[in-house]
Design a binder for this molecule. Sequence first.
Ligand code: ZN
Ligand code: ZN
Length: 227
Amino acid sequence: MSARSGSSARPHKTNGPVSEAGFVLDVRSLGRRPGTMRDVRRTATDHGRLGLDLIAIPADAAVELDLQLQAVSEGVLVTGAVSGPTVGECSRCLESFDDQVGIRLTELFAYPDSATEQTTEEDEVYRMEDDLIDLEPVILDAIGLELPLQPLCSPDCAGLCPECGVLMAIAGPDHGHEILDPRWAKLASFAVDAPGTGDPAEGSTHPDQPASAADSAVVVSENQEEK
Ligand SMILES: [Zn+2]
Ligand SMILES: [Zn+2]
């Protein structure tokens, strides 16, 4: 009776026997007596990518289900937790990173012949098909809401240098492209001039260890003058 009433064509209906696996739960054993409960603990690996453009649970990654099924008058209420590993791309530094996501579900799956099934649209309340519940669309929606649109590898990710694009985490906090402060510019020119304008006293105290060819030339000329 119930099987026939569920015959309205559904575009995603699969062919062949569908059985309990992955995110599909067979609720036949639960029965229909309201209040009856069953726990489902399972690791699901047969699924597509679950998430957003920049961050998602990769396809076939191990997703942990810790659920409770409860028969209610209109269907089966699924509650519990779902969690799995995510791979993301940091929206600031573009580096790939690993994380975890966890969601809590509370979702009613209406019996095919229930009043709920008759009086609601398919996109309002999930439906049970042939005593099977497919959690994948529910999990996909919930994870999509839970994951960040702008994922970060860490909350304080420094991102990329806006001038040259180098990873700030590698370049360090001193990295920058600012024009030198005038005070530092003076010091810098002094440092450049220093080798050539060696103090004559210094040249005479270390005649055998000239710092450069230029210094040695100066030393030689000074020695010649002394003779
Ligand atoms: Zn980052
Ligand atoms: Zn830079």
